[in-house]
Ligand binder design. Sequence first.
Ligand code: GLA
Length: 379
Amino acid sequence: MQIRDAFKARYGTEAAVVSRAPGRLEVLGNHVDYNEGCVLSVAVDRYMNLAAAPVEGTVCRVWDDVLKEERTFSLENLLEHTKGDWANYIKGVLVEFAQRDVKVPAFNAVIAGNVPLSAGMSSSAAFEMACGLAFAKLANANIGWLDMAKIGQGAENNYIGAKTGLLDQFSSLMGKADSLVYSDFRSCTAQSIPMPKGLTFVVVNCMVKHVLTNEYNDRRKACEDAVTVISQRHPEVKALRDVSPELLESQRSRLPETAYKCAAHVVGELARVAECLECLKLGDVKRFGQLMFQSHESSRTLFENSCEELDEIVAIAHGIPECLGARLSGGGFGGITVHLVRMEDADAYAARVAEAYLAKTGRKADTFVCAAADGAKLL
Ligand code: GLA
């Protein structure tokens, strides 16, 4: 186990706890989680790992074995932070533990992972969940999965300042090999759905980085604005989940243009996820793929969280018969696209998309084939 070896090499002792949490792909249901809807996602075989052991005192030491950088900080000074620093995720999680009166001892730790950063694969949530599981063990605390997910979300919302939903943490915790995760963000439940036989996901990273925080928070605000206006006349509407396409159309003239377009995207996604669930039961993978293409189109024209590079990749995918469906995945504004293909086509398909993307844009895409993996755990 590499991370155990890295820990021993760094600190000269054995790690007391090792955790691992997967990244995720958002399969269908874009910007739906904080609108209390249902989303299909998948935890994948790309992980953030953490090894730690308690130490005396209050100073924590963390070595990132990929970046080859160290951070030290005191448990007494968790609120002091440098914007954009990776240690913020650790501190943010520790603050959430403290707020729940769970006392985590000081520790030495090593982290390492292969989830692409800032790409839309939730490296941050994977990192938070790897931290959360390990810290709970160090503190001898029993924390249920939903509370663990909320600890990760709390770190994002309160410490990092990204008003994200719970999708990433749910997916990282509740993933299962060969399965999709179907999450309901109103009842806060998640269940596994078998991945259609013989299919897999190819990820194509357009290699343009997204700026999540501002754009993300703006889109979320537009969704909330739509709910505020609609609920004035329809008090039963608590979130966009409660808005049917007909109701939205009937309210269109009362809504600011941006709020309408963002709401239309979310309402469309809600319907696509519901339809996809039926397709999965029937084994209709062709339609599954079409819904993914439709989702991307809706992101491009309504939610406006795509970009030229993402559109280019999805357009290329459209022209390749082996592709069942493709779309941006996650927050948007760059990062990855996810493509549904047959397993036997995956490698050749990935190479073909990358080649066409290079020819069109001069950019080198990063591609890999993902397997649906089990959720976060202690090793
Ligand atoms: C990011 C957020 C999630 C979710 C997606 C968009 O990944 O962290 O909570 O809102 O964007 O669906």
